[in-house]
Design a protein around this ligand. Structure first.
Ligand SMILES: [Zn+2]
Length: 318
């Protein structure tokens, strides 16, 4: 096994996890406990879920845009047999942020464990376990022209860029959040250093409404930052002064990973949720002139999000 770093040969190769990794916990929205096992997978197989609790029909749900179905407040995938898995975005961000291209994700329930509400534990365990290089070169999607998607006051766009880059802005009336903006070059482990520990958040006034719709049933102060006006109700407050916008960037990276290949472009989001990013990806792929699929050389791969990252770089939770 060769651990990926900027110094080793084979930097332009695909990768998977070196050994199975187990996570267990409650799902944020349905409140059910599930066990997730991240397993090594073959070259070119991509990221694919397998619902091992489902007895009949197709249990496999590839983590690709075509399998995204409408869902509120999370990303849900469903295959043609109606077998689904929800709240995949933090796990997807962790995999892509650590440079994992191929993995089989066995799960015995309908929703990925929320853990602490961020991607921190996924990232730590993946990097602790190790990344295995595979003897096949990597492909990436290069954005060739600006593409947008809008819904109401929210929007997102991709612009051409030499490196994967992300900018995000949010505006909330709650003073605890207010207006926040952040721009980050996503190359070489920025996700692991700056975004992976930022937790999901919500407003206290929305909790009851979510629960009446059967959402956030597994939510708690341990797995979400709850704000009310100028107060942060979750003990310990924010991990970063701008944790909410960082979490929105984490979500966007997880949703962008559904493209199947890393995207080389500048993602810009304004108040964008999961549906906006999915719509943006659909618009990107709607016209073959918007993008090209390239085989990555060493120079390109060195600038992808998960390359060369190590456990020592993981953000330190305050
Ligand atoms: Zn999230």
């Amino acid at each position: 096994m060769r651990i990926r770093s900027n110094a080793v040969w084979g930097i332009d190769l695909q990768s998977t996890v070196s050994r199975p990794i187990i996570f267990e916990g409650t799902g944020l929205h349905k409140g059910l406990c599930s066990k997730l096992v991240v397993l090594p997978a073959n070259i070119g197989s991509g990221i694919c879920f397998k619902r091992i609790d489902v007895k009949a029909g197709n249990k496999f749900i590839p983590a690709v845009l075509d399998n995204v179905v409408n869902s509120e407040l999370c990303t849900r995938l469903e295959n043609s047999d109606g077998v689904s898995v929800s709240t995949i975005e933090h796990l997807m961000a962790a995999l892509t942020g650590c440079g994992i291209n191929n993995a089989l994700l066995e799960i015995d329930g309908p929703e990925v464990p929320i853990l602490d509400g961020s991607a921190l534990l996924f990232v730590k365990e993946i990097l602790k376990t190790g990344i295995k290089l595979q003897q096949q070169s990597l492909k990436a999607i290069r954005v060739l022209r600006t593409v947008e998607f809008k819904h109401g006051s929210a929007w997102a766009k991709f612009e051409p860029s030499t490196n994967p880059k992300m900018s995000f802005s949010i505006e909330f009336s709650d003073e605890a959040i207010g207006t926040q903006s952040k721009t980050l070059d996503m190359s070489n482990g920025s996700f692991v250093r700056e975004l992976c520990d930022s937790r999901t958040f919500c407003r206290y006034s929305e909790v009851e409404a979510m629960r009446s719709k059967g959402l956030a049933l597994g939510g708690s102060y341990e797995n979400a930052v709850v704000v009310d006006g100028k107060n942060v109700l979750s003990p310990g407050g924010f991990r970063h002064f701008d944790e909410p916008v960082r979490h929105k960037m984490l979500d966007a990276l997880g949703d962008i990973a559904l493209a199947g290949y890393p995207i080389i472009g500048h993602y810009v989001g304004y108040r964008a949720g999961h549906g906006i990013t999915h719509g943006l990806l659909r618009n990107l792929f709607a016209d073959a002139g918007n993008f090209e699929i390239i085989s990555c050389d060493k120079e390109i791969v060195e600038n992808l999000p998960g390359i060369g990252v190590t456990l020592s770089e993981v953000c330190k939770v305050a």
